[in-house]
Ligand binder design. Sequence first.
Ligand code: OOG
Ligand code: MG
Length: 261
Amino acid sequence: MTESQAPSSLSELAAIADEAARTATAIPQFTHSQPLGVEDAYAIQAQSFARRMARGERMVGIKMGLTSRAKMIQVGVDEVIWGRLSDAMRVVDGAEVALSRYVHPRLEPEIAFLMGAPLSGKVSGAEALAAVAGVAAAGEIIDSRFENFSFALPDVVADNSSSSGFVVGKWNDRSTSIQNLGMVLEEDGRPAQIGSSAAILGDPVRSLVEASRMVGEAGLVLQEGWIVLAGGATAAIPLQAGSSYRIVVEDLGSVGFSAQA
Ligand code: OOG
Ligand code: MG
């Protein structure tokens, strides 16, 4: 973009972000051509997600991002972020995933909460847990639509915090302790990343507390039946066609899929 060009409006940027995701096409970072604040970035995210819903997708939860040091270091952004999950992003446990749907997908090991009651605003850890119906091992497929997977904070937020796919294992009882569980991300049966649920803000429940606060600030409520992903416990790894992936979480079980071209 030349300096004489007017900056794009929030709705124009929402359309660009949505189209990049829909067509799996890399785009230049928004912040390279114009200034963008985080609040405007969340407005872009909301408008971009509304375009998905207009195509028939349904919101099924949210994902928290950059809740561990490993993730912050990997992408060079050190603020907790959130994004919206739709039913179309869901990958069934054991499925074959076509990588052609994505630009440069990566996988990270996560823990998922199933909401059993609505939650929004400032809550304690105990209040957050009381609204949970179950917990599960999960994997998130993240796919930045920005070239080279490079972005600043407002870019990634506008790009729905890289949300593109998620897979959730069987639900465990909500009383299962999740504070310090071993987590392994396997590629073709070999450990590719090893971590602990304690890497997620010290305790994944803190991520749910943050989720409640952040959606509350956006005027939203975590709905009963929604899924909340707590954020990657380790750095993410690139998905490769022909490989299979499994996330194993101590006490919670495992979940996975195979990647196809
Ligand atoms: C941003 C999304 C981060 C997580 O779990 O930390 C995220 C990115 O890494 O592209 O999903
Ligand atoms: Mg994630």
